[in-house]
Ligand binder design. Structure first.
Ligand SMILES: Cc1ncc(COP(=O)(O)O)c(C=O)c1O
Length: 439
């Protein structure tokens, strides 16, 4: 839940990355996103260690949608991680950071023709094809550019993972991928194998996010392997790659028990060893972790600006951020834990709702939480906000987005600057005139 370097000192103050939170607030103001480098690195190494137990070695592609900036792409590059992007903008960010395009996987259920051409000319390692229309677009763009496109097909395996319906993707009724049922995936494979400018490298399936069980991941790998075995029997075609997506859950609440990565990888290793025909190489296993790399490395720091009791006795504390920097509670009832700097290890004696500053009733960051007595001007920290917070942030109400600061061993590094009011109007054009008849 908290970053690995999080600690509370004897005066109840919070430290992260070897820096006192109060010093970071004095330097950068609030709201403020913090990321702890040690936590990011530990999670990267955990994936790389676990996947190296496979033969051939597996590969982790960090899901940039969780959080991406040039600096983050730089960290991934330095540690030899792959990167999964879902838009031209994410691809541009990675390439600007000097990321090796061969280690990039391009996803998305809708990619424009321009994005496909961009990905092909940049020579990304893999395109994950999501629909028949896209298959035609990839083939025609590859033909126009005189290239062979490296493609994985996104399969919808019909696995229902127990997570919020908005972040569940493996069930057949989904906008993503080719369903295994009713022969749709088979038709896609057949068609792909017939394209002269596409090389079908294997399959991809991502079944959802914040999954806390191990079984769905193993089931997913088995399903993709079985599909490969089926096509090997039919046509002698065998997948080089099985990409089982991301979705590993993290601890948002103390009772959350994330799945054990090493155990999942071991089960996958066993099923692949058993299911691979003797004449072919075992497929490479890819994983695409986003949340489980970056979520717990992050926290958001706010200042309490309002405290009010409403009729009925309920207490609201309102902070200087909210749905503009963290849309997840409003979008899918995500739940968070929080602490107050200077009282971080005090007994929680007050039941409050933590509300945001945006003009929506639904702008509530934490609906119910027990905190130590909260006062106006307190610094409130929300934990595990590293994933899908900054990347989903908006300028709703024309509020500038907060900065992102990395902390490591007593040093702070500004990764993304706080937006200014001038940034907000950068793309605006001033009023000039209307047609004559409207005057
Ligand atoms: C295709 C794909 N891969 C990977 C991920 C990353 O998932 P998570 O952040 O839960 O690991 C997602 C998230 O939505 C996804 O859609």
């Amino acid at each position: 839940m908290t970053p690995d370097t999080y600690r509370v000192d004897e005066s109840h103050q919070i430290w992260i990355g070897g820096i006192r939170l109060g010093d970071l607030v004095a330097k950068y103001g609030t709201p403020l996103y913090l990321l702890d480098y040690a936590t990011i690195l530990a999670r990267i190494q955990q994936y790389q260690g676990a996947l190296s137990a496979l033969t051939p070695k597996g590969q982790a592609f960090y899901a940039g949608k969780a959080f991406l900036s040039e600096a983050m792409a730089g960290v991934l590059k330095e540690h030899n991680m792959g990167l999964d992007v879902v838009s031209g903008g994410e691809l541009y960010t990675a390439l600007r950071a000097g990321f090796n395009p061969g280690h990039i996987m391009f996803h998305g259920n809708v990619k424009t023709r321009d994005e496909i051409a961009y990905a092909l000319t940049a020579r990304v390692g893999y395109l994950v094809c999501d629909s028949f229309e896209e298959l035609d677009r990839i083939e025609s763009e590859a033909a126009r550019l005189g290239m062979i496109a490296p493609v994985l097909l996104r399969i919808t395996p019909g696995i229902e993972a127990h997570t919020h319906e908005f972040i569940r993707t493996g069930q057949f009724d989904s906008k993503f991928g080719f369903g295994l049922a009713e022969g749709i995936a088979d038709k896609a494979i057949e068609k792909t194998l017939a394209q002269p400018h596409i090389r079908l490298l294997g399959f991809h399936a991502h079944i959802g996010s914040q999954i806390l069980d191990e079984a769905p991941f193993v089931h997913n790998a088995q399903t993709l392997l079985d599909l490969g075995r089926d096509w090997y029997r039919r046509q002698g075609w065998w997948p080089e790659v099985l990409n089982i997506g991301g979705g590993f859950g993290i601890r948002y609440q103390p009772q959350d028990q994330p799945p054990q990565l090493a155990s999942v990888v071991k089960q996958i290793r066993d099923l692949i060893a058993e299911g691979t025909p003797r004449e072919v190489m075992a497929p490479k296993v890819f994983m695409e972790p986003g949340r489980s790399i970056i979520a717990e490395a992050g926290l958001t720091v706010y200042q309490v600006l309002v405290k009010k009791q409403v009729p009925g006795g309920k207490w609201y504390v309102a902070v200087d951020g909210g749905m503009g920097d963290n849309i997840r509670p409003a979008l899918y009832q995500a739940e968070y834990q929080a602490a107050i700097d200077g009282k971080a290890d005090w007994l929680p004696t007050q039941h409050v709702t933590v509300a945001g500053r945006y003009c929506e009733t639904g702008d509530v960051l934490i609906r119910e939480i027990n905190l130590p007595p909260v006062e106006v001007n307190d610094t409130l920290v929300v934990f595990a906000t590293g994933a899908y917070n900054y990347s989903m942030a908006s300028n709703y109400n024309r509020v500038p987005r907060p900065p992102v600061v990395l902390v490591d061993q007593g040093q702070d590094h500004l990764w993304i600057a706080r937006e200014s009011y001038a940034d907000l109007v950068r793309a605006d054009r001033p009023w000039t005139s209307v047609a004559w008849e409207h005057r």
